[in-house]
Ligand binder design. Sequence first.
Ligand code: SOE
Length: 382
Amino acid sequence: MLRTGSALGVAVIGHSFMGKAHSQAWRNVNATYDSTLVSMRVLVGSNPTSTAESAAKYGWEESSTDWRATILREDIDIVDICTPGALHAEIALFALAHGKHVVVEKPLANTLAEAEEMNAAALAAAERGVISMVGFNYRRIPALTMAQRMLAEGRLGQLRQLNIRYYQDWLVDDSAPMTWRLRKDEAGSGALGDLASHAVDQLRFLTGAQISSASATSRTFVTERAGDSGPEQVSVDDAIWATLELDNGAIATVEASRMATGRKNSLRIEVYGSQGSLEFDLESMNFLKLYEASHDAGEQGFKSIMVTEPEHPYLDGWWPTGHVLGWAESFTHEIRDFLAAIVSGIPASPSFADGLAVQRVLAGIEDSATQSGARVKVAGAN
Ligand code: SOE
C-alpha cells in the first residue's frame, strides 16, 4: 500500500533488453512529467555480477538476485516484471498477494491458465487498492494514441478492414544460436507471443472491439539451432498469419514474423473505414497518415500528420514543437500512466483483463494453426 510522504519505491525484475528499456523510463519519468516521485530502489537479476553492473549503469540504488525478498521489502511499492514470460505469473501473483502495484511486460503470461489466474488475482487485489497493468508500450506512441482517439470519435465511419503486420528478421540466419525466446517452456510461443501480441493488442485498442474468431497458419522455418551443448530443437513458431473476425463486423489480418529478411522492427498498421483510412509505420513513428473520403475527388490522398506538437498525446512534457520522439519514449509514457493510476486509484489500462483477452486470441490463433487453419472461436467471445 502507498506509504505517505515519500517517493514510491520501485523494483524492476529482469535487467536485459526490457529491463533496460523500463529502467530508462523510470529514470526519465520525473524529469519529463510532473508525476509522482519515484525512487529506483532495486534491480533484480539472476547473475549477481551482471545485475550489479546493470544496476549501477541504469541508475538503481541497489541490485539483488532474490526477487521474493525484494518484493517483501517495506520500501518497495511497485514491482515491474521484465523477465522471460515463464516467470511472469509466479512473480506477479506473489507481488499482488503482498499488496504491491504490478506492471508486467507483454505478453501477460505464457499460458492461458496463467493469464486467467493472474487476472483473478489482479481483480482481487484491486479491491484493496492495488493497481496492475500490462506493458503494451505501443499504445503509448503518440501517433497511435491519436489514431485511437480519432477512431473513437468515429472519424473513419464504419470500420471494415484492418491489416497489422509486425516483422523482424533476427532469426533469418539459420546459424543464429538458440535463445530462451525459441523455447516454448520459457517464452510460451515465438513470433506469436512476442510480436503478434502487440498486433492483437493494437486491434483491440484501436477499434474497441472484441475479437471473436481466428483462422491461422504458423511455421517454424528453422527447426533446430545450435545450443550451448549441441543442436537443440526449436519449440516455437518463427511466423504466423491470421485472419480475425471482430465483433463490430470488421475483418483483420495479422501477420508476425522474425524471419522477414530486411525488416528490423517493422510494425505497420492500416485501418480502413467507410469514410476514411489510417496508416502507421513504426519506422516513421512520429507520423500518422490519414485519408478522408469527404475531401473533393481532385484533392483526395493520404495526408501525413507529424505527431510532435504540444497538443498531441504525451508531447506536453517533451520538447518544443516539431522535435521528434523515439521508441524508448513509449515506455516513459507507459510509466507515467501507471503512476497516474496509482495516485488516482483509477484502474490502469491495459489491465490484466486486457492481457487475458489478448492471450485468448493468441490461443485461438495457435489452435487454428494446429487444425490447418480451421476457424476457431476465441474463448470468452460472443
Ligand atoms: C523482441 O522481438 C522485441 O523486443 C519484443 O519483445 C518487443 O515487445 C518489441 O517491442 C520489440 O521486439
